[in-house]
Design a protein around this ligand. Sequence first.
Ligand SMILES: C[S@@+](CC[C@H](N)C(=O)[O-])C[C@H]1O[C@@H](n2cnc3c(N)ncnc32)[C@H](O)[C@@H]1O
Length: 382
Amino acid sequence: MTSITLIATTAFGLESVVKREVQALGFADVRVSEGRVEFDAALADIPRVNLWLRSADRVLVKMGAFQARTFDELFEGVRALPWEDWIIQDGRFTVLGKGVKSQLGSFRTIQSITKKAVVERLKGAYAIEWFEETGPAYTIRASVLKDVAMLTLDASGEGLHKRGYRAHTGVAPLKETLAAALVQLSFWRPDRLLIDPMCGSGTILIEAAMIGRNMAPGLHRSFASEEWPVIPVSAWYLARKEAKAAIRPAGKLRIFGYDIDGDAISGARANAKRAGVGQDIVFEQKDIRDLWIDQQYGVLISNFPYGVKLLDYKELNDIYISFNKTFKKKKGWSIYVLTADRMFPRYFKRGRPDRVRKLFNANIEVNYYQYYGERPQRAEAH
Ligand SMILES: C[S@@+](CC[C@H](N)C(=O)[O-])C[C@H]1O[C@@H](n2cnc3c(N)ncnc32)[C@H](O)[C@@H]1O
């Protein structure tokens, strides 16, 4: 297997961010479609891609795609794929099926036909009739979209947002992959000041600090494909070794997180420590109404509270009033706010947002309001 095709799956609206991440890892010819970023790679790239992608949901190995209007077509198409190149004789495998806008709509049938076809293929390849299924685990995804079946093997296992650092979640935490995307969509660079005045469990700031220190987000976790004998153990060892060597020392970042809730702040501190960026972020319990900003330049990225469960109308109104008072005239600040509240731009009177990006946070439609600040003079890159 000299060349393979990998697919980084993404949440709605994050395809361009993931595309840039994939290109930054050195891959050319990156193809983007809704929720997918596809590129050619070598087998030994699987560890590196899993370790480094920040905003993707998972990394899948593309086994093949073909037309499947009937179950016979699906069966034959699946059986024609070289499963034995990946799944060893005692491999345990599960199939997850999905049919969307297709003649094959029953996910259960897609799953059972796919499983039967893979078993048939492996019986021939290994010349055996019975599989013990006691070995490494493989998850096959069979998704049929508009009558085209796409067969993949899940190389990540648990979603890539599970970095392993977040023991404390607080209320309504952001997914780590989305938080990393918010940072990457902003003007923040590691030499600039960054704050999140309502940081909850600290996700946005922890992701920013990991970007600032060039830390691979997957360094503290394992991946399903680590069990696959087809990927040499040395490839994992090397990718981890390189990722560790790439980390920049602490001490240079200026990142600050505040929240009214003291428990959230202690949780955020603990999370940052577990992520290895405990020294890079200053967390402090503070009500946004008491926030005082005297720096001329900076970047603010925050996920505002919204919704009846989180706080009442009066509280939200107070937050907006004080936020407006603090930041309306701070032209040197780039402001990025993620919220489901479409009224937010009416309260923040700095002008119209320069860009509004529609995203989804835990299946709720949200907007990412972006207000670009004036650039700092070179010498005072705050
Ligand atoms: C949507 S959550 C932020 C979640 C965070 N992005 C995370 O990933 O954990 C909103 C946060 O705003 C905080 N908050 C609410 N009112 C506040 C106020 N007046 N001042 C500061 N923080 C406040 C809440 O305690 C909550 O942690």
